[in-house]
Design a protein around this ligand. Sequence first.
Ligand code: URA
Length: 200
Amino acid sequence: MTTQPVPVELGQFEDLRTAASACTSCGLSATRTQVVFGEGDPAARLLVVGEAPGAEEDRTGRPFVGRSGQLLERLLAEEAGLARSDCFIANVVKCRPPENRNPSTAEVAACRPWLDQQVALMTPAVVLTLGNFSSRLLLSTKEGITKLRGRSYDVEIGGRAVTLVPTLHPAAVLRGGKVPMAQIRDDLRLVATHLQEVAA
Ligand code: URA
């Protein structure tokens, strides 16, 4: 059976972007340059969720444009045949934590409704979570990414049933060498398999 993507209400999605860009729900609003809402095709079957914007993302307003983003883009193309524009890329926390510190529990909680609303207005079949923050949050677990990765999970996000594939954060892959590189490649092939299943 072919699963047709439901058309995304683009007006509503852009209204959500506008609302998020004025968010003051946590202290990060005082230090950010701008909100990094996310980028790509809201009707994409794949949603990629990272942790939080870094300096380059805060400056440009675009997610994953630094070194991690370049690696992500290359691996998505090589292992899943996907261009950046074939996905929607977002973060758990939409504003840069100062000095790139980890987002606090309160900041993650304050930002969660934006992600839920994004997913509710999108039509992802597969959600790829990058690293501990997004994987733990969306799988509601304290387990670490090295234990969680290597398989997929059926979960509900923003009222939508999706297949979640957790993998390592590309920044950890950049630091980690051959083993994490092989692992993220395996996980991206799993993403491709799930995307083929929903398209079949
Ligand atoms: N790391 C993330 O988790 N998100 C970005 O947007 C950039 C780097």
